[in-house]
Ligand binder design. Structure first.
Ligand SMILES: [Zn+2]
Ligand SMILES: [Zn+2]
Length: 122
């Protein structure tokens, strides 16, 4: 994964994953008429990322079904969080109506990398 804003700007950056969260809807995997295993997890995942240039965003979507030819899930939509503050709400996520829900005031400090790749990542 690359930071799209940095790619647009022709910059290089390291992307940090801050983990994510999920809704907690129950579901049951099943085998279809051809014995193919389907895993239709309808829970929306929200994964948080930031880059070493200070951009941050979330990706919202559902996990893909592993069955070949099944188009369930697998589409993750990137949404920018244009918050000029350093850090962002760790427990924020988009609800089903598409608005950002912020549950707690907890923030994750941005790990801004000012040395820009001199730490030996190869
Ligand atoms: Zn970036
Ligand atoms: Zn499926």
């Amino acid at each position: 994964m690359k930071c799209e804003k940095c790619v647009e700007a022709g910059q290089k950056s390291r992307v940090n994953s801050h983990g994510g969260m999920s809704t907690l809807m129950g579901y049951s995997p099943y085998y279809d008429e051809d014995g193919v295993y389907h895993h239709h997890d309808g829970n929306r995942k929200t994964n948080h990322y930031s880059c070493s240039k200070g951009h941050h965003w979330v990706e919202v979507g559902t996990k893909a079904c592993p069955a070949e030819g099944c188009d369930f899930g697998g589409v993750f939509e990137r949404r920018e969080i244009d918050d000029p503050r350093v850090g962002y709400p760790a427990r924020s996520f988009y609800n089903d109506s598409g608005s950002l829900r912020i549950g707690q005031s907890e923030v994750i400090p941005m790990a801004v990398d000012r040395t820009d790749g001199s730490d030996g990542d190869a």
